[in-house]
Structures are given as C-alpha cells and as structure tokens.
Design a binder for this molecule. Structure first.
Ligand code: G3H
Length: 525
C-alpha cells in the first residue's frame, strides 16, 4: 500500500491480479513496471511506482469470455435484472469507492502529474457523476413505467442493454472519463471488459475490490497490457457490441477495423480536438486573458477540451500578446502537491521533445516565442511557449499538441476566420470573446454548426457533466452527459400487445404478480 504522505512513495504497488468473472485472479506472467516522471531526488530520476500485468492474448480472450457468459446473449442475470437491483449494485460500488479517495488521489498525482486540487476534483466529480447517473436512471425508469396506446396497440417501452462493451479510457482523465463510459454502460445492463490507459493505471487498483464485491461475476472485467496484444484480439472475435473509447482516432480506427461484423459494432468515441478561442476587438481583455490562460494551460494543456489555438483580432493583438505572455510566465511549475502550482511534470517521457519539435518547426516557419521562459526544457517538462504569428504550414497549427504550447494567429476578417474553422478536421468546442450583440449573433449562428459547444466569454470545458459532451468531424462519435450516456449505451425495446380483453387481462396479471423484471409500472423513488 502507498503511504498517505503525498510527496513520497514508501512502498511499491504490485498489481499482480486482474479482475475476471468476479475474481481477482493471480497473474504470474510478465509484469510491466509503472514509472512516474516525478523525481524527488536531487539528480533527476523517474520514480518506480509499481508493476501491472503484461497480459497476453489467450488470457484476454478468456476474460472476454467471462463478459460473454455474463451477458449470455441478453439472457444473463445482469441484462435481465430489475432496474432497482442494478442500482443497488451501483450504490454499493460508489460507497466502496469513496473509501479509497486518498489512495486514488495520490496515485493520480504521481502517475499523471495532476495537481492535488485537480486530482481531488477528478475523484469527487466522478463520485458525483455516479450518483447523478443513478438519479437519472431512476427518472428514465419512472418515465417508462407506463403503457402507451396507439392505433389499438398498447406499448410498454423501455431501454435495454446493447451487449458487450470494450471500454478504453484516456490517460489525462483516467478515472473520470473512463468511468463516464463504464458506469452508464454497466447500469444499463451491458457487461464490460475494461483496459486502463498506459498512464494512470495503478490508480484503478484500489477500486478493483469494489468492482469485485459490488457486481455479479463477469459483469465488469479488468485487463492490463498493450492494446495491440489484448484489445485487438478481443475486437477480432466480433463479440464486442460497443467500442467505448476516449483517446485518439488512430486507436479507434485500428480497433474498429478488426471487427468482422462492422454493422453490429456501435461506437461511442471521444477523440482529438483543437478548440479555438476567438478574441473580438471589443472583448474584455482581462477576462479573455485569464480564460485563455486557464483554457490553454490547465493540466499543461493535456485536455481534449483545451484551447489549442488562439485567434486574436489585429486591433488588439499586440496588447493581448504582451499581457497574455506575461501571465504565462507567472505560472508556477512544481510538484503536483505543492501549493499554488499550475504547471506539473508531463507524464509522457517523450512529450517535452515532441513539444520542442513543434516549437522549432514553428520558429523555422516564422513564429517567435513571445514569453521569456517559453520552451525551456527540463527533464520532465517544457515551459509553455507562446508562439506568434502562427500559420497553416506549421505543425503546431495542424496537430493537436496536447501539451504546453500556445499558438496564436491574428485575424482581420471574421468571415475568413469562419471559413478557416469550417475547414478544420476538428469540431468539438470554441470560445468566443466579445460583447456587441450584433457582431456575436451571426457568429454564434454559424459556430454552433461548426462545433458542438460555443463558450461565450469563457474557456472550453466538458463540465458540468449533465451538459452534452460531443463533437463533429474527427472529434467524437455519440454524445455523452449523465443523461445522454444512458441512452448511448442502450436501445429502445418494448412489449406490444393488441388492445383486447384477452391481452389486457394478461398484462394486468403480469403487473400485479410482479413476475416480470421488464414489465413494471412501479414508481422507483
Ligand atoms: O480531455 C478532455 C476532457 O473531457 C476535458 O474535461 O473540460 O472538464 O477538463 P474538462
């Protein structure tokens, strides 16, 4: 177990089991070491945190089989269970989960370098997400607790599960985003195989027992290892009904391509984005600067919702650039648990070199680093560079940097800028800064068709989790939110009966005897 001092790792966490068919099964094969890029010694040295199983294809397929059996083609105990009983399992899970907050928060900091307040927020937000999901599911159930009569047919319409879900989450929100897929998938009656991301893997260990104790055997199964070695063979079997993935489109496409029955495979994907900020000449600059600072650099810019390019109007570009760059240089870099720290070690060891490449490429093509500290490389970090002027030929313009570098491009003609944003491969969100209603109105009317959330005078973000989270083009497939996710992971299915005394008598008996888990007009409180 890890101790509770946030700044030291006293003992290693050897995760030598995986969750299969309700059991924590010992893995005695190859193990992978898990390192943190955080160093606490005077000379830089990544910190060993523990080990996880390097699972192989036969084991992954055996685990898949557990999920297959638990679903049993829709005949299993879990997919046919009463809603209220599935809710009880979920409640038991979230109660267990809350007892593990300290350990999970500490691991979030060490594994992915997220600050203490943000790690705590990730945990608490996830717990809240689970409670909100339970409440929403109850409401969904209440809304379905009736018969609808149309053209002489009585219909009892509910939402049923889709089948087997392969769930893969991202490293930047290894708890929240993964659970935002897994929790609605499970509560709707699907069974799942879940593989944690490469970084942010050990933080799931404290929760394995909660999964094991709260759900029937085979409903949730957890595997470890490389995507190529375990996820690809699982997809090849054709037994997966839903690929739920938050990450890069290359991984999503590679996995989809393996599935032999593509028409059967449903996709719920949160993918890359390059959300722009547009600063109009009448924008409140103090506000725009603070929002862009937070939007582009909170968690070092490693958020799919991060502002990844800033478009500033020619009339105010000099003022904006000067003041924005000064604010960037005021951001404090340090260990995630230090007070007031905004920038923290990057979990991917090769990230500083990648960001450096983007900066050098931009410089060669005419951009300058505006801030003094910009581009300073240390062992596990590269200080955010504010790059200006950026143009379409630069890699930092084309690629989703997912790290600490802020490209700025100026504009004069807003119509040209709209054309440029319309050409982008991404379509998640935009931040729009300005106040004149006559200018804003036509922009909002177009931008809502280019992206899926226009943030007025604020940075982009996913939350609150009750709001729809989705994207156009390469940025997403399907919609997530507490409400939408329940729908994304289910399908409408119903009992229909002709309205005649014979059938109505049967329905009445079905309801009175409470023998069916599906046919019920009980009102879940
Ligand atoms: O990585 C993308 C996350 O969904 C962003 O969530 O906007 O709450 O940081 P956030």
């Amino acid at each position: 177990m890890l101790n509770t001092n946030l700044d030291t790792i006293d003992s290693l966490l050897h995760q030598n089991t995986y969750l299969d068919n309700g059991k924590l099964v010992n893995w005695d094969g190859k193990m992978d070491e898990v390192y943190s890029t955080i160093s606490t010694s005077s000379e830089y040295k990544p910190t060993l945190l523990g080990t996880v199983p390097h699972m192989d294809e036969p084991t992954a397929l055996a685990v898949l089989n557990s999920a297959v059996n638990a679903y049993d083609k829709g005949k299993g105990q879990w997919p046919t269970m009463r809603v209220k009983d599935r809710i009880e399992c979920m409640k038991s899970f979230v109660e267990h989960m809350q007892t593990k907050r300290t350990e999970v928060v500490k691991l979030l900091m060490w594994e992915i370098g997220k600050t203490l307040p943000d790690s705590e927020k990730e945990f608490d937000r996830t717990v809240q997400y689970i409670y909100d999901t339970i409440d929403n599911y109850k409401q969904l159930d209440r809304d379905s607790a009736k018969f609808e009569k149309t053209d002489g047919i009585n219909a009892h319409i509910r939402r049923g599960p889709l089948g087997l879900v392969l769930c893969l989450g991202p490293y930047n929100y290894p708890l929240n985003e993964t659970f935002a897929l897994l929790i609605p998938a499970l509560i709707m009656g699907n069974t799942a195989v879940f593989k944690p991301a490469k970084f942010g893997v050990l933080l799931l260990s404290p929760l394995l027992e909660a999964f094991q104790k709260s759900f029937p055997a085979g409903v949730i199964n957890v595997i470890y290892g490389r995507g190529r070695e375990v996820a690809v063979p699982i997809m090849k079997t054709g037994k997966i009904d839903v690929l739920a993935l938050i990450g890069h489109s290359t991984s999503a496409i590679a996995l989809q391509d393996q599935h032999p029955y593509k028409n059967r495979l449903r996709l719920i994907l949160g993918l890359e984005a390059k959300n722009p900020a547009i600063i109009l000449p009448d924008a409140d600059l103090d506000l725009a600067i603070e929002e862009c600072l937070n939007g582009s650099l909170s968690y070092n810019g490693q958020r799919c919702t991060a502002l990844k390019i800033i478009y500033v109007h020619d009339d105010i570009k000099d003022e904006f650039n000067k003041r924005f760059s000064k604010r960037v240089d005021e951001l404090k870099f340090g260990q995630p648990w230090e007070e007031g720290v905004k920038l923290t070690p990057l979990p991917e060891p090769n990230k500083p070199a990648y960001i450096k490449e983007l900066i050098e490429d931009a410089k060669e093509k005419g951009a300058k680093i505006l801030n003094k500290k910009g581009g300073t490389v240390t062992d596990n970090y590269i200080y955010p560079a504010v790059l200006y002027p950026v143009n379409e030929s630069m890699r930092v313009y084309q690629e989703e940097q997912f790290g600490p570098v802020v490209p700025i491009k100026s504009f004069n003609d807003i119509q040209e800028l709209l054309d440029e944003i319309a050409k982008s491969n991404y379509g998640q969100q935009v931040s729009l800064f300005g106040k004149n209603v006559d200018t804003l109105a036509p922009l909002i009317d177009v931008l809502v068709n280019l992206v899926c959330r226009v943030n007025l005078n604020s940075s982009c973000q996913r939350g609150p989790d009750v709001l729809p989270f989705t994207g156009r083009k390469d940025s997403a497939v399907g919609t997530l939110s507490v409400h939408d996710a329940l729908r994304s992971f289910s399908i409408r299915t119903f009992l229909a009966s002709k309205d005649n005394p014979h059938n109505n008598d049967i329905i009445r008996k079905l309801l009175e005897s409470k023998t069916s888990n599906f046919v019920s007009t009980d009102y879940l409180l």
